[in-house]
Design a protein around this ligand. Structure first.
Ligand SMILES: Nc1nc2c(ncn2[C@@H]2O[C@H](COP(=O)(O)OP(=O)(O)OP(=O)(O)O)[C@@H](O)[C@H]2O)c(=O)[nH]1
Ligand SMILES: [Mg+2]
Length: 490
């Protein structure tokens, strides 16, 4: 998605990399490149002009600020302005039990209306509501059958009337049928035309007037660039659209339509289609999209998710403990538990490039077990042991092991994990973007070993079970990395 736009923006941020301080002239250089990449992505010229003015204003206003580096600062500014450009958006669907309220889909031929009717039905079903489809495209002979195929595939009722001439009557009869079937929401699949023509608009206006749908969505093909924006303008003038669904963003769309359409028409994109399959429809989130476009978004997202985990007060207390160097095993346990919130760690990790393995590990049942073990071990320690695991000698280790029913060696393993992951978790939840980059690097480096079981898969040289000095541990770690790299190569 939007590959060349992404590359262009990366280059713009690159220009500022390594610059220690933000000045008007180096910022200007970065901004010029941001502008260039937007123009090349076919963003509407007026939209680019306004966008750049907003970005510049924010950049100049923020010149003096804080811990971020110039390139990080620019990423952040562009991110915020992109979010403003694309949002706000309310992508809730008006769902009410038994209401048979309606959504009208319209758009040019081949934009993806019928497919999107199916995708929306699927989404609605997933939310526990009952959708119903009406075949109001009487133009194309195969259209009715296409909708029936989708209906059967999804287990969703479809109303159609062979040989009917008037789509308004079909919609009205269809809604009555939907009501009788106890449907919560009805989706009207209307006809498309190759270009906007009066007849199409009149037909849609008549349906709109007769049915008064709760929402009117325009389906546009994201690959058609500014043509999509122009058609959105025309449809909006005729029908007062509630939202746009932009399809085919899985193709080589350059991004111009996506970035321009809201600013030009004031109609927000509500969903995006990212494939031909029925599950390839996503509610449109300006934040998520801005992150995706910037790629750096990975970092923004991780930071945000991590921040959400820990409420402000707790975070301050923890930051204070960290700054005093007293991040304890208890904190570690709490943090790991938070990160285990269903799907969260997997999501955070999946946003980081190259972290698939870690993600899989977090998701598997084994790490569930590991988590329970971790909690058991930490709970069996005294507060002072949690605070300073260095005091845990073999007598203490035996006591803890007895307390939680595990092997003494597993306690040593846990302390190793703590030393390895703890600092990264700290950075993930606090610190500047530079820290987060560092964390990312460290976590990626860590991928070669399973932090829940540092010895897995590698035969350790000199593993006698006796306590190692930090220097010895470092040396061992290096050997282990080397062995793992070798293992990977083979
Ligand atoms: N790659 C991709 N293809 C899509 C997407 N949405 C729809 N399509 C494809 O686009 C083609 C046209 O889709 P339809 O749903 O039939 O389009 P329509 O707007 O109903 O077309 P008419 O009824 O002829 O006006 C089909 O081949 C779909 O599979 C999408 O998000 N990504
Ligand atoms: Mg169709």
């Amino acid at each position: 998605m939007f590959q060349s736009l992404q590359e262009g923006l990366q280059t713009a941020f690159q220009v500022l990399r390594g610059k220690g301080k933000l000045t008007e002239s180096n910022m200007r250089e970065g901004l010029a490149m941001v502008e260039k990449s937007m123009v090349e992505a076919d963003v509407n010229v007026d939209v680019v002009r306004k966008f750049m003015a907003d970005v510049s204003e924010a950049a100049i206003g923020r010149r003096v600020i804080h811990s971020l580096r110039p390139n990080e600062e620019l990423v952040k500014i562009v991110y915020e302005q992109l979010v403003d450009l694309l949002g706000p958006v309310d992508n809730s669907i008006p769902l009410k039990r038994g209401a048979a309220s309606s959504i009208m889909m319209c758009g040019l031929q081949g934009a993806g209306k019928t497919t999107t009717c199916g995708k929306l039905s699927q989404l609605i079903k997933e939310q526990g509501f009952k959708p119903f489809l009406i075949a109001a495209d009487l133009q194309r002979p195969a259209a009715i059958e296409q909708l029936h195929v989708l209906g059967r595939q999804l287990g969703v009722g479809v109303f159609s009337k062979e040989g009917a001439q008037d789509p308004v009557a079909v919609c009205q009869e269809g809604i009555a049928a939907a009501r009788a079937a106890g449907a919560d929401i009805v989706i009207l699949d209307t006809a498309g035309r190759l270009a906007i023509d009066l007849e199409l608009m009149e037909q849609l206006k008549r349906i709109d007037k007769a049915v008064q749908p709760q929402q009117v969505y325009l389906v546009v093909d994201g690959m058609t660039g500014q043509d999509a924006v122009n058609s959105a303008k025309a449809f909006n003038e005729a029908l007062s659209l509630d939202g746009i669904i932009m399809t085919k963003l899985d193709g080589d769309a350059r991004g111009g339509a996506l970035l321009s359409v809201k600013a030009v028409t004031q109609v927000p994109i509500k969903f995006i289609g990212t494939g031909e399959h029925l599950d390839a429809l996503e509610p449109f989130r300006p934040e998520g999209m801005a992150s995706r476009i910037l790629e750096m978004g990975d970092i923004l997202e991780v930071a945000r998710e991590a921040h959400k985990l820990i409420d402000e007060k707790e975070r301050l207390a923890m930051e204070e403990r960290m700054s005093k160097g007293v991040f304890s095993l208890g904190d570690f346990r709490d943090m790991m538990q938070k990160l285990r919130k269903p799907g969260l760690m997997t999501k955070m990790v999946s946003l980081m490039p190259g972290m698939g393995e870690f993600s899989k590990m977090m998701a598997n049942a084994d790490s569930e077990k590991e988590m329970r073990r971790l909690t058991g071990i930490v709970d069996s320690m005294t507060p002072s042991e949690r605070k300073n695991p260095k005091v845990i000698d073999s007598a203490r280790r035996n006591r803890i092991a007895k307390g939680c029913g595990c092997q003494p060696s597993q306690i040593s393993d846990l302390i190793k994990q703590f030393e390895m992951i703890g600092p990264m978790l700290q950075m993930a939840t606090s610190g500047s973007m530079a820290d987060k980059m560092k964390m990312l690097g460290q976590m990626q480096g860590m991928m070669s070993r399973n932090p829940f079981n540092p010895t897995e898969g590698v035969k350790l040289k000199g593993s006698t079970g006796k306590r190692l000095t930090p220097k010895e541990r470092e040396k061992l770690q290096r050997e282990r990395d080397r062995a793992l790299r070798k293992k990977k190569r083979n």
